[in-house]
Unconditional design. Structure first.
Length: 224
């Protein structure tokens, strides 16, 4: 295990790089513009809508190269620097093309203490790429990320801004990778948090349903 927290994210995008999205495609449809206007109307200032707008752009283009960030800024009428700052702060916004599956391994403090960095190193070795890189077949992008708010089941990771996978082990990662290589999201069989606490003799309240699995749904799909 590494002794200190190590940032594993990719470098900031080169703002003077050649555009990756053809100019003819670099536009929002009328429907998307309407959606962006709706986001804008929900906040006192246009800056407030920048996260939703970037998310919409990422779902449309797949990632956020500088020209897409500028498109978002122009559509909202906010400074490019503001949109760039938000897009580059969050690892959930992809600044480069990513693989079919993005494996965000938490290497922040709780997860690191429980082996998060070891899990990331295991993935690097297994997939033959470094954190921040994508496998040659375009299947997997891996990166180390900051706390994802599930410290109680560390070490953990998130898959493509969607499901959380808890209590990682090398064996569990191996199974997940093999399942994903078949092209489908695996069934996540992580031990649930309530079961964890039961096993540990915890005192979780009993007037709520015990779930079979514990997943965080893709945020972009449930906020509207
Ligand atoms: S430190 Fe990993 S989820 Fe919080």
């Amino acid at each position: 295990m590494a002794s200190l927290h190590e940032p594993e994210v990719a470098a900031l995008p080169d703002r003077s790089a050649e555009p990756q999205i053809p100019a003819a495609q670099l536009t929002f449809s009328d429907e998307e513009k309407k959606q962006l206007a709706t986001y804008r109307s929900r906040y006192p200032t246009a800056e407030g809508a920048v996260m939703r707008a970037l998310w919409l752009a990422q779902e449309k283009f797949g990632f956020l190269p500088p020209e897409v960030i500028r498109l978002v800024a122009d559509e909202l009428g906010i400074p490019y620097a503001t949109a760039y700052g938000v897009a580059t702060f969050y690892t959930q916004y992809y600044k480069a093309k990513v693989g079919k599956f993005v494996l965000d391994v938490c290497t922040c403090f709780s997860c690191q203490l429980c082996g998060g960095v070891d899990m990331l190193r295991h993935l690097e070795k297994k997939l033959g790429v470094k954190a921040g890189e994508t496998t040659h077949d375009g299947m997997f992008t891996i990166q180390g990320v900051e706390c994802l708010g599930a410290c109680g089941s560390a070490p953990m990771m998130q898959v493509t801004n969607g499901p959380y996978v808890h209590n990682l082990t090398e064996e569990k990662l191996d199974q997940l990778i093999e399942a994903m290589k078949q092209g489908a999201m695996p069934g996540f069989t992580s031990v649930t948090l309530p079961q964890d606490e039961d096993d540990l003799g915890g005192n979780r309240r009993t007037d709520v349903n015990v779930t079979e699995t514990y997943q965080t749904p893709p945020v972009a799909k449930v906020i509207d």
